[in-house]
Design a protein around this ligand. Structure first.
Ligand SMILES: *Cc1c(COP(=O)(O)O)cnc(C)c1O
Length: 396
């Protein structure tokens, strides 16, 4: 696949280590005390001081913990940021970011977002006086008009979006937002830095639910913010310590272990997702399939330009809507019915009834989330088994 080099993406230093190397070594050295190749899990809440205020850099584990520090360095390295903060969950990361905004801040958000993100933004709008507007950010001309007329201070987006897998042109949207000095926050949970680097396109902050692909094994809840500039990192670090949504050291260890195999897993997820998407697309009982890697995706060209792979998520509508979708769900063997995504095992869910039910029905339908819509998180099982499972459940 050819990739157009963007004006903002810095030319790659040929001697710089590649992603899979950074994922294993970036910000990580063997333990200086014992030589352990992995950072120990520092199960401690406090640290002894040799005299009042004299520490080895750690005084209390809400403020900082050595296992968390290594995870934070790794997160910064894989996203290409100046620093990162690890949180107790993706929403904990978003909540801390929102707390940093003075009341009255104007925030322009994409109109297709993780359900919990929408719920928290709406809460902030109703109770803290955050001025939130939603817009389909896929149309750059409309984004430009909106940004120039309302002058938002924050632009918040997902690309690909959840669950409709719509894309936002990251470079164009960032340029428009920066015209009015808005901070651009990109939730990169779906693409992961393996396939997309928002900071390289000019974004200011990257958010992750590390619960998903970064952790990768459906065994931990976590979140992260990665920053382009140090000033914002330090002010959010202060707020995180003040507000307290920190991950425990064992959870940090699990996320770090997941990051070590992120490249391997993402390539397998993407290959399997493509196989499942093609099988669905060819099937007469399927109404539409959304996968950025298929030429039928309305923004396939943009996907090729700003992503180096298309991820592991596939969305589809079956003919016959919800009743047919329910039958299909009951017949699957390897795709477990469940919320969440990004683990090694395949999952499937119906967003309107599950992850996105906090969005009112009329609002959901206006956004294209029909009741029978299905969202597949394609795992890393053998692709032939996954395709056979889908075909069997569809009934040939
Ligand atoms: C899951 C998810 C979140 C929320 O993260 P949690 O770790 O569940 O709090 C945010 N954004 C996206 C895209 C998600 O999939």
């Amino acid at each position: 696949m050819t990739r157009k080099r963007t004006a903002r993406a810095p030319a790659k230093d040929p001697r710089a280590p590649r992603f899979d190397t950074v994922a294993i070594h970036g910000g990580q050295e063997p333990d200086p005390l014992t030589g352990a190749v992995n950072v120990p899990v520092y199960l401690t809440s406090t640290y002894v001081q040799s005299a009042p205020g004299v520490t080895k850099g750690y005084d209390y584990s809400r403020t900082a913990n050595p296992t968390r520090s290594v995870l934070e360095k790794s997160l910064a390295e894989i996203e290409g940021g100046t620093g990162a903060l690890a949180f107790s969950s993706g929403l904990g990361a978003l909540n801390t970011f929102l707390w940093s905004l003075p009341s009255g801040t104007r925030l322009l958000a994409g109109d297709d977002l993780y359900g919990g993100t929408y719920r928290l933004l709406e809460h902030a709008r109703r109770t803290w006086g955050l001025e939130v507007e939603y817009l389909d950010l896929g149309d750059v001309a409309r984004v430009r008009t909106k940004v120039r007329s309302t002058r938002p201070q924050v632009v918040y987006l997902e690309s690909p979006t959840n669950p409709l897998l719509k894309l936002v042109d990251l470079q164009a949207a960032t340029e428009v937002a920066h015209e009015v000095d808005a901070t651009v926050v990109v939730d990169n949970t779906f693409a992961t830095p393996v396939f997309q680097r928002p900071l390289a396109f000019g974004a200011d902050v990257v958010l992750h639910s590390t619960t998903k692909y970064l952790g990768g094994h459906s065994d931990v809840i976590g979140g992260a913010l990665v920053f382009r500039d140090r000033e914002r990192l330090e002010s959010l670090r202060w707020l995180q310590n003040a507000a307290g949504s920190v991950p425990g050291p064992f959870d940090c260890f699990l996320v770090l272990r997941g990051i070590h195999t992120l490249g391997l897993r993402m390539r397998a997820h993407a290959a399997n997702a493509r196989a499942v998407a093609l099988a669905l697309e060819e099937h007469p009982r399927v109404e539409r399939v959304l996968y950025p890697g298929l030429p039928s995706h309305p923004q396939h060209e943009l996907a090729r330009r700003q992503m180096t792979g298309f991820g592991g998520m596939v969305t589809a509508d079956l003919k016959g809507g919800l009743p047919e979708a329910r039958k299909f769900l009951s017949k699957l063997r390897y795709f477990y019915l469940g919320e969440s995504l990004g683990g090694v095992e395949s999952l499937i869910e119906a967003p309107a009834l599950m992850t996105h039910q906090s969005i009112p029905k009329a609002e959901r339908e206006a956004r294209g989330i029909r009741d029978g819509l299905l969202r597949f998180s394609v795992g890393v099982e053998d692709p032939d088994d996954l395709v056979a499972d889908v075909l069997r459940a569809l009934g040939r």
